[in-house]
Design a protein around this ligand. Sequence first.
Ligand SMILES: [Mg+2]
Length: 125
Amino acid sequence: MTKTDLVVLAVDDDIINLKLLKSMLMKSGYVKEVVEAKNGSDAIGELKARDDIDLILLDIIMPVMGGIEVLKVVRADNNLRQVPIIVLTTDETKKGEALEFGANAFLIKPIRNDDLIRKIKSVIV
Ligand SMILES: [Mg+2]
């Protein structure tokens, strides 16, 4: 991975998770900004409002709009479809569905720092 100034959209309805992710990302040396969203609808709003998001970290179970719905919207949008998405979830049951709808990678919560950075390196080229 050559890019070290990534803008990451972190989407999770759990504020503690969001803060933890932000902290890990900002310490990684690869990220210059973390944009936070607390559900899928907020996430789509951020994606439409700005064009500099390099990577999405996406929770699945969220109120208002869940992660699978976000995958469907992003992968159907000509301007967004190539943005890498790493799905974050508490169990493996959604893995098949997430990959089917276009997730690039999958991480099981609780997220560990080295796993997160390794996955980011695997999807950012
Ligand atoms: Mg959740």
